[in-house]
Design a protein. Sequence first.
Length: 210
Amino acid sequence: MKPREIEPKQERSRHTMHRLLSATEALLEHGGLEAATVPAIAKAAGLSVGVVYRRFPDKDMLLREVYLRFFETTIAQNRVQIQLAGEKDLSLERLARGMIRGIAQGYRRRRGLLRALNRYAETHPDPEFRRKAKRLNRATMNSVAALLLSHRDEIKHPDPEMAIEFGLLAVIAVLHLAVLEEEGVEGIRMPDKLEEELVRLFFRYIGLKT
C-alpha cells in the first residue's frame, strides 16, 4: 500500500520541479536574467511563490539548477550525436563541416537562454561554481575534438591536437561574439554567411581544403 501512496507524491514532485525549471528557462530565453524573478517564475509555472521557496532557498539556487540541467542535458544529447557521427565513418571534411554547422545552429536556436546562462555563470560569486561551469562548457568541445582527432592523418597542421582544440575555440569565440553578443569587433564586419566562413576558417587552420 505504501509504495502506491509514495509514488504519486514522487511523480508530482518531479513534475513540479520540471515545471519550475522549464518556466525559468523560458523566462531566461525571452527576457534574460532580469525577467527571471521568483514571482514571475512561480506565475509561469502555475505555482505559488511559497512552493518555489520550499524547493529552493533562494533564486540563485534555482538558477544554478537550471544551468546544470541545461548543460548536462546538452552534453548527453551531443554525446549521442557524436557517437552516431563516429559510427558513419565520415571523412574529416564532412565530419568537421557537420560539427561546426551543428554548433552554430545550436547557438542560434537557444541564443537568449545561452546568453543569460553565460552571463549568470561569468558573474557568479562562487569560484567553485564558475569552475564547474567551465568544465561543463568544455565537455562537449572535448568530445568533438576527440572524434575529429580520430582522423589525425588527414590533418596537415604539425600539431593536430593543438590545431583541433584551438580551431574549435576560435569557432566558439566567434559564435559567442556574433550570435550571443550580436556584435562584431570594432571595424570588422561579421560575414553574412557566418557558418560557411567558420568552416573555411577551421579548415584552413588545420590544413584542409574547403
